[in-house]
Design a protein around this ligand. Structure first.
Ligand SMILES: NC(=O)c1ccc[n+]([C@@H]2O[C@H](COP(=O)([O-])OP(=O)(O)OC[C@H]3O[C@@H](n4cnc5c(N)ncnc54)[C@H](OP(=O)(O)O)[C@@H]3O)[C@@H](O)[C@H]2O)c1
Length: 316
């Protein structure tokens, strides 16, 4: 398995299993199967509501011989636990659910704070604005989690280059990772360049276009990445599936990539994309597909009156 080398010197397996929307009742099998096939990186989050079942699968994999240090487990601090005093208890809850002593990587899921009992999507008065609770205050509490040995690395998710720059300037610990939406329709080249210059790695989420996300997060008549004709043509040429081409493209860009699947055949198929090599002409062709299309546009985190806006969120 190809690995990224973090500033700390630790290797992080580049191809991981996503677990958002993997329902209790199916995520256990998905994680067990993924580890059997060879995945050693699992992407989790408190907000996915399935960490306890992921934890059961991890515990059983370790009981049958997989070593903890072979695994790379990422999780994320949810938006309703950004108050500094809530951060370590939130991480402790995640560790309890995952049945682990430490995480390899803990990410701030969004640079947006909501109140403890906020609904999903949150009402306007359930937000805590960025002036009242800046993400830098939350970051300091995440740094304390590293010092307490509960997380080996910390990072952002859905962070713009400008927000990463703020963490670099104001934090004691530099972010090791930014996990963002990345695929041929949203290539984010400037953000990747910024991260590379500052020793921050990037993980590509929703690399297949996230077609199974909830209706509240979908727009009408969206372009379907997995059905893109150029991707289909490249897939045909290299005797691979469109999903494999998308995963191989993310790997060619030196990012980590975390496709989600709960289907045994597709879990294996996605893992085997690690062996697929794209040609320069494939890469050029895919480079032309960029259309700055966010499937997760963040609008639910920036309604008018919330103190947040899309301009603030993405710094664009
Ligand atoms: N940090 C964040 O804010 C954030 C946001 C979004 C996602 N993520 C992370 O990134 C992971 C991946 O993103 P995602 O879940 O949004 O979407 P995704 O991985 O782009 O797409 C998942 C969809 O693709 C299907 N699929 C998987 N493999 C396939 C294949 N080989 N051929 C055809 N279809 C295939 C899945 O169905 P089956 O399951 O039925 O195979 C599912 O419907 C998440 O699970 C989560 O861990 C993080």
């Amino acid at each position: 398995m190809q690995a990224l080398r973090l500033k700390s010197g630790e290797p992080m397996p580049r191809l991981g299993l996503g677990t958002w929307k993997s329902r209790p009742g199916e995520v256990y099998d998905a994680v067990r199967e993924a580890i059997r096939v060879g995945y050693r990186h699992i992407d989790c989050a408190h907000a996915y509501g399935n960490e306890a079942e992921v934890g059961q699968a991890l515990a059983e994999a370790m009981a049958s011989g997989v070593k903890r240090e072979e695994l790379w487990i990422t999780s994320k601090l949810w938006n309703n636990a950004h108050h500094p005093e809530d951060v370590q208890p939130a991480l402790a809850g995640t560790l309890r659910n995952l049945r682990l002593d430490y995480l390899d990587l803990y990410l701030m899921h969004w640079p947006v704070a909501v109140r403890g009992q906020a609904h999903f999507p949150p009402g306007v008065d359930e937000f805590i604005g960025p002036k009242e609770l800046p993400f830098t205050a939350t970051w300091k509490a995440m740094e304390d989690c590293v010092n307490a040995g509960l997380a080996r690395h910390i990072g952002g998710s859905n962070f713009s280059a400008r927000k990463l720059q703020t963490l670099l300037e104001e934090g004691r610990i530099a972010p090791a990772m930014d996990q963002v939406e990345l695929h041929p329709y949203l290539q984010q080249t400037a953000l990747i360049d910024f991260c590379r210059r500052h020793g921050i790695h990037v993980t590509a989420y929703s690399p297949l276009g996230s077609a199974d996300r909830p209706a509240v997060l979908k727009a009408d008549a969206e372009p379907l990445l997995l059905e893109d004709p150029a991707i289909a043509a490249i897939a045909k040429c290299c005797d691979a599936s469109p999903a494999q081409v998308l995963i191989a493209w993310a790997l060619e860009r030196d990012t980590a990539v975390i496709p989600k699947s709960v289907n045994r055949g597709r879990i294996r198929e996605n893992f085997e994309a690690g062996a697929l090599r794209l040609t320069d002409s494939d890469l050029k062709e895919i480079g032309r597909l960029d259309r700055h299309r966010r499937y997760l546009d963040g609008a639910i985190w920036a309604p008018p009156g919330s103190g947040y806006s899309l301009e603030w969120l993405w710094d664009e």
